[in-house]
Design a protein around this ligand. Structure first.
Ligand code: NI
Length: 157
């Protein structure tokens, strides 16, 4: 995962952040890019990594790429979109305008963020679930493997 740390400016920052991240369980690689103001970390949980950078005295935010959306069908009754999440990608915050069904086409874990919560939800290939219109969240893959599902929006109810 990459983290944007706008206040990084010097070798002191690199050392302070690296020292804190070294103590986070599961972290296997740390790269601090002073020019890009980006910290790239392999391993460890995002929440623990954000806390460690905060402990070092810096504000950090996750820097994810965009998940890929492939619309497969829209006949006015249903809209079918395949979402593919390579590691470190997200949908971006969105509000669902329709009831919808999610059909996972991979196993994996997704991070579901709302304004004030973050939770990791396992998905299982072929095990569908339904959610109602009005759901507001960001869906991300903070894991190490690509995760994908097909979303079926019910436009007619
Ligand atoms: Ni959603």
């Amino acid at each position: 995962m990459m983290y944007s740390v706008p206040e990084i400016s010097c070798e002191h920052c690199v050392n302070a952040i690296t020292a804190e991240l070294d103590q986070v369980p599961g972290v296997t690689s740390i790269d601090v890019d002073v020019d890009a103001k980006l910290v790239t970390v392999i391993g460890g949980e995002s929440i623990a990594i954000l806390r460690a950078i905060d402990e070092a005295g810096y504000d950090a935010s996750r820097q994810r790429g965009a998940a890929a959306a492939e619309q497969q069908l829209d006949d006015g009754v249903v809209r079918v979109t395949k979402w593919t999440f390579p590691p470190g990608t997200e949908t971006g915050p969105h509000v669902h305008a329709f009831d919808y069904v999610v059909v996972p086409v991979t196993d994996g874990e997704l991070t579901i963020e709302t304004d004030d919560t973050s939770a990791v939800a396992p998905i299982t290939i072929g095990v569908s679930y339904q959610r109602g219109k009005g759901v507001a969240h960001n869906v991300a893959n903070d894991g190490d493997t690509t995760v994908a599902f097909v979303e079926v929006e019910l436009l007619d109810r």
